[in-house]
Write a protein that binds this ligand. Structure first.
Ligand code: ATP
Length: 324
């Protein structure tokens, strides 16, 4: 059984004289929000356009909800919303007309159009702009209208290329809430952005591209591969009531403990052990006179995870270059 909502197999895409995607393989689970990240020129826009069947690759396949996007682009577009990084709007249509046009072109039944226009305008904070021409909207309002047009047919999959560019902080925060609500309704989102702190707020997964290849694709808020030294090691942060310099050397001698970093009142450790072993460590701290106030797992945020992947890849690339 195919459990992916988006499945990309061996996708290669060349612009004239330049390979932008190089044998990309990935599988996205339904109901997830995937942050598509990578340096300028990594291939993010090209990948989104290939998934949306707007770029036809040299080789490889893309399936969305089980449909081959190159064999059935029209069917796929009915269940997909796509916001391009340089989207255009019909400037002589009002907000209501633009939304209505999007609804009708996506095949909504006539009886449902008015309700969809109202609900989408409400969702995107444009309810008091329905009569305004698109040409008279601010950049952020235009962005919100374009996103509204992309979601008006309640697609199963939403592809967004830099959706928050041009939005003020309040509108960005509102957009994050919209994305969370869409995910809660079962929609799967793939969102390209350079604003990692914001992606972190609503993303469940990170897909990092570099030089047209997948650098890393994983669930967020789980220990990262390579973030610990052993296969079962977890990162923990211990905080102490009193200055705890002496505790670091004492901890280092405890079973399963590997001290990573020590500050005045806090120590970060790698710990290989189950919950009972962790409870025993807490007891041992107390018995040794180190007043522990907090012991908590550490997770990487998206930015830390992304930068770590990129640095590891660049280090590996440099090593490949100097090794004959
Ligand atoms: P950014 O973060 O800057 O938006 P991106 O990750 O979205 O970048 P793409 O726009 O997919 O990157 O571009 C990938 C590579 O393909 C870049 O090196 C770019 O120069 C090249 N490229 C993009 N469009 C074309 C084109 N029409 N013709 C030739 N090369 C192109």
């Amino acid at each position: 059984m195919n459990t992916s909502i988006i499945e990309v197999v061996d996708l290669t895409f060349d612009y004239p004289g330049f390979r932008a995607l190089d044998r990309v393989n990935l599988s996205i689970a339904p109901g997830t929000v995937t942050a598509l990240v990578g340096p300028n020129g990594a291939g993010k826009t090209t990948l989104l356009r290939c998934i949306a069947a707007l770029n036809i690759p040299q080789s490889g396949t893309v399936r969305v909800a089980g449909l081959d996007v190159y064999e059935s682009p029209r069917e796929v577009h009915r269940l997909m919303g796509y916001l391009s990084d340089n989207f255009g709007l019909y400037s002589e249509l009002t907000v209501a007309q633009g939304l209505e046009y999007a609804a009708r072109s996506q095949g909504l039944a006539t009886a449902d159009v008015a309700q969809a226009v109202q609900a989408t305008a409400q969702r995107m904070g444009l309810q008091d702009k329905l009569g305004k021409l698109a040409s008279t909207l601010s950049r952020g309002q235009r962005q919100r209208l374009a996103i509204g047009q992309a979601i008006i047919h309640a697609p199963r999959v939403l592809l967004l290329d830099e959706p928050a560019s041009g939005l003020d902080p309040e509108a960005r925060s509102a957009l994050a809430q919209v994305f969370k609500a869409l995910q809660a309704q079962g929609m799967s989102l793939l969102v390209s952005s350079h604003i990692l702190a914001e992606l972190d707020e609503y993303s469940t997964h990170m897909l990092a591209l570099n030089n047209g290849r997948v650098l890393e694709h994983r669930a967020l808020n789980q220990p990262a591969n390579g973030a610990s030294d052993g296969p079962t090691e977890r990162l923990l942060r211990l905080e102490f009531a009193e200055p705890a310099q002496a505790a670091a050397s004492w901890l280092q001698m405890q079973p399963g403990v590997h001290v990573k970093r020590a500050e005045a009142h806090a120590i970060e450790i790698g710990f290989s052990g189950n919950a009972a072993a962790q409870a025993a460590l807490v007891g041992a701290c107390a018995a040794a006179g180190y007043g522990l106030t907090v012991i908590a797992p550490m997770t990487e945020n998206l930015q830390q995870s992304y930068l770590r992947s990129l640095q590891a890849e660049r280090h590996a690339a440099t090593t490949r270059q100097v090794t004959p």
